[in-house]
Ligand binder design. Structure first.
Ligand code: NA7
Length: 544
């Protein structure tokens, strides 16, 4: 049985950053990774066109000034291969690999109440013991794969975008179908269209998207950012979404039509996700949202010449930002190609797969390759995959049956010495996730170092604190328009999943203030014990 102070589960951006933070505090840790490579979602999502829709300067670690200066991003929005190279560079640069165990999927983690330790068993047959269990399993990392009648009879190849094969997939001469038009489907469409003989995009919901305005980064741009990186990082940490954009000060309807149009036009062309903050009320007020949505619908419509196609491709059932929008590189324009076809599966649903392809209630689409770009069981999916057993034999899946409960997005009562990085109850998917990851990693490292110095062997979120925080997360969400759509923010994307808004929508700056307050109050909302509660109760029992 192997032993360490902290077991980190997952070697993506979060797990590696947590390892670095813990080492800095002299806390030993081992990272267990299911795959044979580090990188998390950036290891698995190798589909053509995969890239981050946060600018590369900001989708990068801030913990090392040297790293910031040394690394040279090549484009404004980094591609998946470049991000994976970056992650591998960081792992080598800071000698992180020596504490990473690959091919070790955690199937089960059980809390031993008497000893206040976690015991984790992995797919390689080993058992690990640790004082603390730190879950760095990602937010959008448990793929959601639909099953259709006849799927097993399909004669072609089926590929899942989030489990993309390592080999090169050759689309030339192939008839390809993509199911799903979220960021993944939208990113791969224009790329695959270039080589496939024919591409059919199966769309259930038309999605909002802004043009990426991607470009190679010049040496001047690189030097300019690196000369002022600290200021840029500061702006990011103090912005609502961790992207550096501050909300406009004047409300949408408080400016003249000309001013409003000019402001929307400006942010449309420069800011990607910053568009949502052009005015402070776009995600808060239905009328303001309708104005921003109409602007974007017009813009998307201008990118599609065919009026019938335009009607299908422009969203009509939800407001901008109430589900995650996309930042695309030529998605709408791809439909002008002779070899690209849209299948509106809301109008003509998929009936079944056949040996030849996909049959909708309108026609048979003959296909050689079908790609599922159908998204993820977001936020809780990956956390609930391993069997995590807390106090009294209760599993995390049982505890969260009606939705996740957390104290400050950090931990959940009944699961002592277990923490979650960038999961439910924290800004997570509503933020530049790397900012949220770094915030948690450093905060936990300080917390664990403090507890060690204080002789605390067991810490546990209280039920009162987690109820207060979870209610607050709901209250903040109710102030927004997020509740008006089914999305992966609120469980609406998975049949049977509790419909609960999961991330904290109050912004990364506000969230950090809560974290700071918690730490300042010697980690309020947590019970801290020098003897495990189970031992104490045995003692009490004995004395009685
Ligand atoms: P998303 O954004 O969750 O998109 C998934 C897409 O797949 C979306 O268009 C779904 O339609 C569609 N979908 C899901 N299930 C089905 C079924 N059963 N049939 C047809 N279509 C389906 O995932 P992505 O991978 O694109 O992006 C995830 C994040 O990764 C992204 O936001 C970035 O953070 C990076 P629906 O809208 O549910 O009707």
């Amino acid at each position: 049985m192997a032993q360490t102070e902290t077991l980190i589960v997952g070697a993506g951006l979060a797990g590696l950053r947590a390892l670095y933070a813990l080492r800095e505090k002299g806390i030993s840790a081992v990272v267990l990774e299911a795959s044979d490579e580090i990188g998390g979602v950036w290891n698995h999502n190798r589909y053509p066109g995969a890239r981050c829709d946060v600018e590369s300067f900001d989708y990068s670690y801030s913990f090392s000034k040297d790293l910031e200066q040394e690394w040279r991003w090549s484009e404004r929005y980094p591609t998946q291969p470049e991000i994976l190279r970056y992650i591998n560079h960081v792992a080598d640069r800071f000698d992180l690999r020596r504490d990473v165990v690959l091919n070790a999927r955690v199937n089960e983690a059980v809390y031993d109440e008497d000893r206040a330790v976690w015991m984790a068993t992995t797919s390689d047959g080993r058992t690990w013991t640790a004082n603390t269990l730190m879950l760095c399993l990602g937010q959008l990392s448990a793929p959601k794969i639909p099953s259709y009648p006849g799927q097993e009879d399909f004669g072609g190849e089926v590929i899942v975008s989030a489990m993309w094969p390592r080999r090169k997939v050759d689309f030339s001469g192939k008839r390809v179908g993509i199911i799903g038009t979220g960021s993944s489907g939208m990113q791969m469409t224009p790329v695959i269209a270039q080589t496939a003989a024919h591409l059919t995009v199966f769309q259930r919901t038309a999605n909002y998207s802004l043009p990426a305005a991607n470009a190679p980064l010049t040496d001047e741009e690189d030097a300019r950012v690196k000369a002022n990186y600290a200021t840029r990082r500061d702006q990011i940490r103090n912005s609502p979404t961790g992207l550096g954009f501050q909300p406009g000060k004047v409300k949408t309807l408080d400016v003249s039509d000309e001013e409003r149009e000019a402001a929307l036009e400006k942010s449309y062309h420069r800011l990607g996700f910053g568009f949502a903050l052009t005015f402070p009320d776009i995600l808060l007020d239905a009328k303001a949202n309708a104005v921003a949505s109409d602007f974007l619908k017009r813009k998307m419509g201008e990118r599609v010449a065919d009026p019938v196609l335009r009607k299908k491709l422009v969203p009509n059932d939800h407001g901008f930002g109430t589900r995650r929008p996309s930042v695309d590189g030529g998605y709408f324009e791809a439909f002008a190609r002779d070899n690209v076809e849209l299948s509106d599966i809301r109008e003509h649903p998929i009936v079944a797969f056949t040996p030849e392809g996909i049959r909708t209630d309108e026609k048979l689409h003959e296909l050689d390759i079908v790609i599922f770009a159908t998204g993820f069981d977001a936020l809780t999916g990956a956390l609930l995959k391993p069997r995590i057993v807390g106090r009294d034999g209760r599993t995390l899946a049982e505890k969260w049956a009606d939705g996740p409960l957390t104290q400050l997005g950090l931990a959940t009562a009944g699961f002592p010495n277990m923490v979650i990085v960038a999961g439910p109850g924290s800004p997570s998917v509503l933020s530049n996730v790397i900012v949220s990851i770094e915030e948690h990693a450093d905060w936990y490292a300080r917390m664990l170092a403090t507890f060690r110095a204080q002789g605390i062997v067991e810490f546990e979120a209280t039920e009162v604190a987690e109820k207060t925080w979870t209610d607050y997360v709901q209250q903040r969400a109710q102030e927004t328009l997020y509740g008006t759509a089914n999305s992966f923010y609120n469980g609406g994307e998975v049949a049977g999943k509790p419909r609960v808004f999961m991330p904290f929508s109050g912004g990364v700056r506000h969230y950090r203030q809560h974290l700071q307050k918690c730490a300042d109050e010697n980690y309020s909302g947590f019970e801290k014990r020098k003897t495990p509660a189970a031992q104490k109760s045995t003692e009490v029992h004995r004395h009685a």
